[in-house]
Design a protein. Structure first.
Length: 364
């Protein structure tokens, strides 16, 4: 498996990593087989969380005899020092180890939450204490909002950042990745096979099967068969300036398909780069979510996200279906302008919602 340096940590990590979420759905013996097969194929970065069911226990059991040959990362979703300390101690027990390579603050998606976590008595304080005692080597942060993560890494408290990146989720590429690389912060890409719709996430293709989408447009965009789709999807992410891309697995076959990409990865050809190249016309939504909440209960971020799928990626039928599934659509906009006053990019959101209604409102 090809390896890259995880930023200033100096750790050498496999370009394809193992996300622990979906093994929580497997019996222990099956989960152990999946994890151990990943290790056999050269995957050495394993990422999990307390919130991922019993994946910590399963990773701990599978990796206990090769612990020193792995980079093991977990997370705490608690925001206070005392609560996160309980999380940390429990994670060590479940993972059957006396130390972690990386502890991450989990799901930091707004500035208020970030501030609570990094303030005196917050979860960051626990992470730093654990590091000073030799219980963990490095501290990271995870989230879905690049704008928030940028503020976090500017503090210079974090060694890694974990953020979604895939062929249709590219917000992190504009500003977060350049900043992280300038600061020598290791970049871990998550959800390479998953795309946020409204409040749900739909998987574009295997692996994993858990949230598989049968949308023909999505399949056509990535390739004729499952190996092609996985190869193209992971290849696109690996072509960005990141250290490792993690995805979830539920079968040995899924592991083998993804590992093949990591073992044989080559920079995308000029033709493939051109195929995945997209142009965002001004104005466009960066999906920061600061326009919410809306007084009319519009999910403005989701509506504009669907418009991006429609305009930029040409996934027109899927965008229309997603739009139709919203409980409140843009026809309910009262033009109050509250959203525009909150937008950090000064977007003309009211007129953009009007365009959404015209383009997405009528199903083909």
């Amino acid at each position: 498996m090809q390896k890259r340096k995880l930023g200033r940590t100096g750790l050498e990590v496999s370009v394809v990593g193992f996300g622990g979420t979906w093994i929580s759905e497997l019996p222990m013996d099956e989960a152990v087989k999946v994890v151990q097969r990943a290790f056999e194929l050269g995957i050495n970065y394993f990422d999990t969380a307390k919130l991922d069911g019993d994946s910590e226990e399963k990773l701990g059991e599978a990796l206990k005899y090769v612990r020193d040959d792995c980079v093991l990362a977990t997370k705490t979703a608690s925001r206070t020092k005392s609560e996160s300390l309980d999380d940390f101690k429990a994670s060590l027990l479940r993972l059957q180890t006396d130390r972690l390579d990386l502890i991450q603050l989990h799901g930091i998606d707004d500035i208020k939450t970030l501030q609570k976590a990094i303030d005196l008595g917050g979860s960051l304080e626990m992470c730093k204490k654990a590091r000073s005692e030799g219980l963990v080597d490095f501290i990271g942060i995870t989230g879905h909002k690049p704008r928030v993560l940028m503020e976090a890494i500017k503090t210079n408290e974090f060694d890694t950042v974990l953020v979604p990146i895939n062929v249709i989720t590219r917000q992190a590429l504009d500003e977060l990745l350049p900043l992280a690389n300038d600061l020598d912060i290791g970049i871990i890409a998550m959800k390479p096979l998953m795309a946020k719709t409204s409040q749900l996430i739909t998987c574009l293709y295997q692996p994993s099967l858990s949230l598989l989408s049968d949308e023909l447009e999505l399949k056509n965009y990535l390739g004729a068969d499952i190996p092609s789709r996985v190869h193209n999807a992971l290849g696109y992410v690996l072509d960005q300036d990141i250290s490792v891309v993690i995805t979830g697995f539920k079968t040995v076959q899924e592991v083998e398909t993804a590992a093949e990409v990591g073992n044989n990865y080559q920079t995308l050809s000029t033709e493939r780069k051109a195929y995945f190249e997209v142009k965002f016309e001004q104005p466009y939504c960066r999906d920061c979510g600061l326009c919410l909440p809306c007084s009319e209960n519009l999910d403005i971020a989701a509506i504009l996200r669907f418009k991006t799928l429609y305009d930029v990626y040409g996934l027109k039928n899927w965008a229309k279906k997603l739009y139709k599934g919203l409980p409140v659509n843009s026809s309910s906009c009262s033009s109050c302008d509250e959203c525009e006053s909150k937008c950090p990019y000064n977007l003309p959101i009211v007129s953009m919602l009007r365009e959404c209604r015209n383009d997405l409102g009528a199903l083909a």
